[in-house]
Design a protein around this ligand. Sequence first.
Ligand code: AR6
Ligand code: MG
Length: 320
Amino acid sequence: MPFQPGSRDRVIGAFLGTFVGDALGMPVEGWTAEEICAHYGEVREMLPGRLRAGTYTDDTEMMIGLAESLLRCQGIDGDDLARTFCRNFNTRRGYGPGTAAVLDLISQGKPWEEASQMVFPGGSYGNGAAMRVAPVACFYAREPAQLRRAAIVSARVTHAHPLAMEGAALQAYAISLSLSSTGPIDAFKFVEKLRDFLSPEGEEYRKKLGCVEELLRSTPSRDEVIARLGNDSRATHSVCTAIYAFLRHLESFEEALVYAVNLGGDTDTIGAMTGAISGAYHGKDGIPPRWLDKLENGSKGRRYVEELAAELWKVVYLAG
Ligand code: AR6
Ligand code: MG
């Protein structure tokens, strides 16, 4: 691997990694690990589910919206982002119920600052803000303070709960560390940097990162990993799971993704988040071509996602 930090190939890898993980997990979303095992043995190929094989869900659709808005505004802009999310919102893609309700409220004219507080008390703590954050991570990869601020704004449009915002910031920072690495990643140093990045309110993530370290030191069963890190749609119970899947399988994008998806639970989103971090490390070249070949490629499909990533790379890495 050449380890060119912030290369075009690796920015594209973060975007397509989200897409691939989302599509790989889509057919088994909500299944337990045991159900996946009983039915498929293991998910290692793009399979049909609720949607055709290789189809993306809300994770990738919202990532596309975030990239479009960042490019249009040359930075994060909550108002534009809210409008973009509403414009792209396709109910067929399986949005979380809270996010769907927030987008409906915004479409009806409610300001996003209010809408995102109305659906759950204190706002949603779902992983819907972390799953889409790859474009923010790539845009602000060289400025951690800006990255935190932008990730939080990008989250708040639909996810006003502090745990959802902190989860999005943590996921963005993990992607940016991966994207910027100049050599092989040391898993323990990586976790240390993530811990240093957390805000004082990030206690739950701090504990989870401690579990990640302990799990990396042993060879835990799948059940132990699920019990300690979680595999559901709360940000606190999925972001560190994706980080662990990446660090456990540093050598291979494919193995990291197969591991993440076969944990069961919120498979498309844990897949998308693992794919973003691992794709930013290995680049597009590290993604199995047989998976890329299966991705939907019509309107706003694979080619479009790749173009968005290439455009964002140009703005960030060729401009300055
Ligand atoms: N109080 C109680 N329950 C909550 C709260 C809260 N404050 N916040 C979240 N939940 P949501 P997402 C629970 O709906 O984060 C899609 O398939 C509640 O059960 O905001 O955008 C995506 O692909 C709520 O429905 O959705 C992801 O996989 C759930 O957390 C997943 O759904 C998710 O929050 C989450 O997407
Ligand atoms: Mg989804």
